[in-house]
Design a binder for this molecule. Structure first.
Ligand SMILES: Cc1cc2nc3c(=O)[nH]c(=O)nc-3n(C[C@H](O)[C@H](O)[C@H](O)COP(=O)(O)OP(=O)(O)OC[C@H]3O[C@@H](n4cnc5c(N)ncnc54)[C@H](O)[C@@H]3O)c2cc1C
Length: 407
């Protein structure tokens, strides 16, 4: 799995995500032909790297970015891109695990991150299918109806935009027959490939230098700076390095309680009948949970069925069975929907013990910062990582360092 590289090597996804129809590749970046020097080097051309680059440029740093595959071609292309502040671990459960103060800060920081992303997309004028959405959080084996009521109250008490809906209200807004749900404002959806490529194009216009394919084979960090070794004797020297390598973990990281699992998703044909009135994001308080969203061309994207499988061959072999399960679940939840499958895909996914990501300076490696945006809110966590990275570059403390730290 390690090979001759500074990071693990994984088959990140299989199948055709709805955002990346067959053959669509996008020509950002070129292979490096000579050694390079920059203030900041970023390893990883996905959504995490794109947001970190944006933050580094805003802080006035020169930026070089390296990706072994290409830009927005890793896990980001497989994302279903529900942009939520609601964490996988309910606020009531997270409070019991990490305490009231830290749980509230984790949830608040996530809410602020979705707002920050909305603002940045508007500032940069990115056309990426970004739409504000509400969410409906349905009862399941993690929270029943009584648990959902308590969850809605706990969130509202700390100022988050959640309330409990009864069955009738839920039917009116989402067309779903369930006894109730937590209804939240402040979420959104986007096309993750357009979002990430838009950020990269903007970064390039502001002077970032993008290279792909460029496999970072070694990282040597000292007090004076960091040197990255690439094939052909090429080196990149930088004052700071960000590891945004997604589920291909860097060798220098030893996070505890984090693991790579597998997930599956599908998109229907564009729906002829009207979609549910609010077009809210829908997900379940269940483990594993099911989630749904719509696309600008009126498809339904549905995903979940996560399983503790890290091996790509086993994962890929499960595609027919998992997609059929997703299709059947869609038919049961929304009997009037056209459940014919147009796109099906699977990919690596991260799970952590608390549902929180690990973000921060790498213990024992000078000048290196890492983002492990594990969990169902990977993109929200990438935004938090970019904010923390910017402060770290500027020598400023971050008030939530203890909630997300890598140590
Ligand atoms: C099916 C699915 C559904 C998801 N749904 C959601 C969702 O609804 N909402 C949400 O917020 N999140 C979701 N996620 C999670 C989210 O998509 C991820 O957290 C996010 O895309 C990770 O982005 P990244 O930039 O960290 O990783 P990636 O996009 O994988 O980018 C990392 C890059 O690093 C490069 N790299 C690795 N090692 C090296 C090296 N040694 N040298 C050079 N380059 C290297 C890789 O080539 C890769 O391109 C989902 C994920 C999947 C798979």
């Amino acid at each position: 799995m390690w090979g001759n590289s500074a990071t693990q090597s994984r088959d990140l996804r299989t199948g055709t995500p709805v955002w990346l129809p067959e053959g669509a590749r996008g020509g950002l970046g070129a292979a490096p032909h000579e050694s390079l020097v920059a203030d900041v080097a970023i390893i990883g051309g996905g959504i995490s790297g794109a947001l970190l680059a944006d933050a580094a440029l805003a802080a006035g740093r020169s930026v070089v970015v390296l990706d072994r595959r290409g830009f927005a071609l890793g896990s980001t292309a497989a994302s279903t891109a529900l942009l939520q502040f609601e964490l996988d671990t309910p606020l009531t459960h997270l409070t019991a695990r990490i305490g009231k103060d830290r749980a509230a800060r984790a949830w608040w920081r996530s809410a602020a991150a979705v707002d920050a992303l909305r603002g940045r997309i508007a500032d940069l004028g990115l056309r990426c299918g970004f739409r504000d959405r509400h969410t409906a959080y349905l009862p399941g084996d993690v929270l029943d109806v009584a648990g959902l009521r308590r969850e809605a109250e706990a969130r509202a008490r700390i100022g988050l935009r959640s309330q409990y809906l009864n069955a009738e209200e839920l039917r009116g807004l989402a067309g779903i027959d369930r006894p109730g749900a937590v209804w939240s404002g402040g979420a959104a959806e986007a096309d993750p490939v357009k979002l990430t490529r838009g950020l990269w194009r903007s970064a390039a216009e502001r002077g970032a230098r993008l290279f792909a394919p460029a496999d970072v084979q070694d990282i040597v960090a000292t007090r004076q700076g960091v040197t990255l070794a690439l094939p052909g004797g090429i080196e990149v020297k930088a004052k700071h390095v960000a590891l945004a390598t997604g589920y291909e973990l860097a060798k220098m990281l030893k996070p505890r309680g984090y693991k790579v699992v597998s997930t599956w998703a599908m998109a229907t044909w564009p729906q002829r009948r009207q979609l549910w009135p609010s077009r809210c994001l829908i997900w379940e308080a269940a483990d594993p949970y099911l989630y749904l969203r719509t696309t600008l061309d009126h498809r339904i994207v549905i995903g979940g069925e996560d399983e503790d499988v890290a091996d790509a061959k086993t994962r890929d072999g499960l595609i027919p069975r998992k997609i059929e399960t997703l299709r059947r679940k869609l038919a049961r939840l929304l009997p009037e929907a056209d459940d014919r499958v147009d796109f099906a895909w699977t990919g690596c996914f991260g799970a952590s013990a608390t549902g929180l990501p690990a973000i921060g300076p790498v213990p024992g490696a000078e000048r290196c910062f890492a983002v492990l945006g594990y969990g169902g809110n990977g993109i929200t966590f990438s935004v938090i990582a970019a904010q923390m990275f910017q402060r770290w570059l500027l020598g400023l403390d971050d008030p939530d360092r203890d909630v997300f730290s890598l140590g």
